[in-house]
Design a protein around this ligand. Structure first.
Ligand code: GLN
Length: 185
């Protein structure tokens, strides 16, 4: 099994580190030709969704990445990666728009933008959750399943081959969410 990590901007190295700990082969996706390699799952990291959205378009990765996801490739979007997948982004444009979720960016305000908590994640029990200027999911539709909530706000969800978290599992010691993703493959 090999995982491709979108490495245009943001926290891609941290995901590579977790996959290294799990002994899972992985490589960085920076340009169109990287999408021609063989891989089984895709990670869209945290960072700045507006910047990543622009870079996806200018690097001509937008269409190949979107097609892979629509053809069923398992994808895991964290934070900005979640925003990239959302069909609807409140007060902003959408990007890959493959997942039936509506999200609000920087949804916790400037002061409370970053925080740590522990909550239950469906099937995984309590897990650590680090939020950094995070979005949350304001609504889900279609076949989307809610996997975690923090104070009544949806922070993790899955729709078929697509998994998203508003928090950053790659920044904590727990490997559980990455293992969950690998089990989807
Ligand atoms: N605030 C960022 C955005 O809107 C997301 C933050 C993150 O990925 N840590 O894209």
């Amino acid at each position: 099994m090999t995982i491709g990590i979108l490495a245009l901007q943001g926290a891609f190295a941290e995901h590579a580190h977790v996959l290294g700990k799990l002994g899972v082969p992985h490589f960085e996706i920076r340009q169109k030709k990287d999408m021609e390699r063989e891989f089984d799952g895709l990670i869209l990291p945290g960072g700045e969704s507006t910047v990543m959205g622009k870079l996806l378009r200018t690097s001509e990765l937008f269409d190949p990445v979107r097609e892979k996801i629509l053809s069923g490739m398992p994808v895991f979007g964290t934070c900005a990666g979640l925003i990239l997948l959302a069909k609807e982004v409140e007060d902003d444009i959408s990007h890959l728009a493959t997942m039936d979720i509506c999200v609000k960016r920087n949804a916790y305000g400037r002061q409370l933008g970053s925080f740590y908590t522990e909550e239950t994640f469906q099937g995984l029990g309590m897990i650590p959750m680090t939020f950094i200027r995070a979005p949350y999911i304001t609504s889900v539709s279609g076949d989307t399943e809610i996997l975690a909530e923090v104070e009544g706000r949806i922070v993790a969800a899955r729709e078929g081959n697509q998994l998203v978290t508003a928090f950053h599992p790659e920044l904590n010691e727990s490997l559980k969410v990455h293992e969950y993703f690998l089990n989807m493959i």
